[in-house]
Ligand binder design. Structure first.
Ligand SMILES: Cc1cc2nc3c(=O)[nH]c(=O)nc-3n(C[C@H](O)[C@H](O)[C@H](O)COP(=O)(O)OP(=O)(O)OC[C@H]3O[C@@H](n4cnc5c(N)ncnc54)[C@H](O)[C@@H]3O)c2cc1C
Length: 442
């Protein structure tokens, strides 16, 4: 079908590029406007000398069905391959390894006592009972489980050992926050979609996907959207390209694919309820410190989780050279460190060299051999880290979904509809593209 109605997509992160790709497939003439000078948003990879470092998005479990189909449909399937699923959790200064996809490892691991392993089955059953309500498209479907925090759930149904070595590390790594601040829904979500999974990735970096999609689309970089308004004749988009005068385009429809507060800023007609909810989405501040090493350390895990009792601020590490091939030159190592929101906020305005010193000292206190040979470092600041899904947020999002006008030619996409991830962003974008296409008669 080729109906060539013009559509603008705001933002060239994975949400915007997915929406544009799917709308173009339906026959629309789509233009993506991106404020920065590159595509991908938080799905970014940096060349640091001969190292290829993923700056935010790092891992892809095989539960990312929307992303896998998108990769296939975009002709990019030859760029991914199965990758290591070996994870480590530190306990008493020693790393306990398990393979994500191995049920045997879950039983034999010395991370937990037998009593805790039995209780863990209870948590997995609760996650499985929530079933498809733990939805990538709309996590407000699981609102009935949203009345307590992960910490309260753990106190009620699990035990202290699971709090320290499973529930705490999960919340710290996925949300950069302690389990007291995270809804039980998100704990179930991780148990269902990330535990017991295999993983995939690309040898060149996670940016293979945004770049591969952008090559097939009309993307205008350094193009900042100021406002998006629905009028009687269509949708009016006011935007400007760097160094050029402001311009107004009238198009048939628009998808706004931005983090929630940025979406509210460009969309003045957004109703007061959704505006309040969008501005209330709490994003963690993220400061990642990435370290290139002259020597590959003797640690086989690709992802490491660090409980609060082992380090108060350092929540995890991605051992990039184990995660996927091609990330570090032969014999060299590459590590990305992940920190708690409160540490990130303290570091935000400091000079990079001080942040790197603190990060190396933090890793050194646990794994001296890991950071003995630092060759280069990069500090990456993200204003919009993963969101911190406080208990009650999914109930609030029920109202967000309910008041959306199905007849509106402005559709929204982004990871705030579900548990923040590339797969949630892409899923929300496919829904936006589907609904807009149907409305405009694709
Ligand atoms: C440290 C960190 C680690 C993460 N790890 C993972 C992981 O391992 N796996 C995973 O699946 N997810 C991970 N995530 C989450 C994932 O990064 C996001 O959920 C996803 O990338 C969001 O994509 P998006 O397109 O919705 O938003 P974004 O990537 O933020 O894209 C929005 C785009 O809009 C542009 N923009 C903003 N304002 C305007 C404007 N006015 N006009 C035009 N353009 C504009 C921005 O420049 C940006 O390019 C991580 C996030 C962080 C921060």
């Amino acid at each position: 079908m080729d109906n060539k109605q013009p559509i603008i997509v705001v933002g060239a992160g994975i949400a915007g590029l997915t929406a544009a790709f799917r709308l173009q497939q339906q026959g629309f003439a789509v233009r993506v406007l991106e404020a920065s000078n590159d595509v991908g948003g938080r799905m970014a990879t940096l060349s640091m000398g001969d190292f290829r470092v993923d700056l935010a998005v790092a891992i892809f479990p095989d539960s990312y069905q929307c992303l896998l189909k998108l990769i296939d449909d975009a002709g990019l399937a030859d760029q991914i391959a199965p990758t290591s699923d070996l994870a480590g959790v530190v306990r008493d200064g020693r790393v306990r390894h398990t393979r994500g996809s191995s049920k045997l490892d879950a039983i034999t691991t010395d991370l937990l006592s037998w009593g805790s392993k039995v209780l863990m089955i209870r948590a997995m059953l609760d996650a499985s009972r929530a079933g498809d309500r733990l939805s990538w498209e709309n996590l407000s479907l699981a609102a009935e489980f949203d009345g307590e925090s992960a910490a309260d759930y753990c106190r009620r149904k699990l035990n202290d050992e699971l709090y320290e070595y499973v529930v705490g590390p999960v919340c710290r790594v996925f949300c950069m926050a302690p389990p007291e601040q995270v809804s039980a829904v998100n704990l179930f979500f991780v148990l269902r979609h990330f535990v017991g999974r295999s993983f995939f990735n690309s040898a060149t970096g996670v940016d293979f996907l945004p770049r591969g999609l952008a090559r097939q689309l009309d993307v205008s970089l350094e193009s900042t959207v100021k406002t998006v308004r629905e009028t009687a004749s269509g949708v009016e988009v006011v935007w400007s390209k760097a160094g050029e005068a402001e311009r107004t385009d009238t198009v048939a429809g628009c998808v706004i694919a931005l983090p929630a507060p940025q979406m509210a800023e460009v969309y003045p007609q957004l109703d007061p309820l959704r505006r309040e909810l969008a501005n209330g989405v709490t994003y963690a501040t993220a400061v990642g410190v990435h370290l290139g090493l002259t020597k590959r350390p003797d640690e086989p895990a690709s992802v490491m989780q660090i409980p609060r009792s082992e380090h108060p601020d350092l929540v995890g590490m991605v051992i990039e050279h184990n995660k996927a091939p091609g990330r570090a030159p032969a014999g060299k190592g590459l590590i990305s460190t992940v920190w708690l929101d409160s540490w990130n906020k303290r570091q935000w305005g400091r000079e990079d060299k001080h942040i790197v010193d603190d990060a190396i000292a933090g890793v050194h206190s646990l794994f001296p051999a890991l950071v003995a040979n630092v060759e280069c470092a990069h500090v990456q600041r993200w204003r919009f880290g993963p969101d911190i899904p406080h208990p009650g947020v999914h109930r609030a999002m029920t109202r967000f979904q309910a008041v959306a006008d199905p007849k509106s030619r402005i559709k929204l996409a982004g990871d705030y509809m579900s548990s923040a991830s590339t797969n949630a962003s892409a899923t929300s974008a496919e829904k936006a593209a589907r609904e807009l296409g149907a409305l405009l008669g694709a």
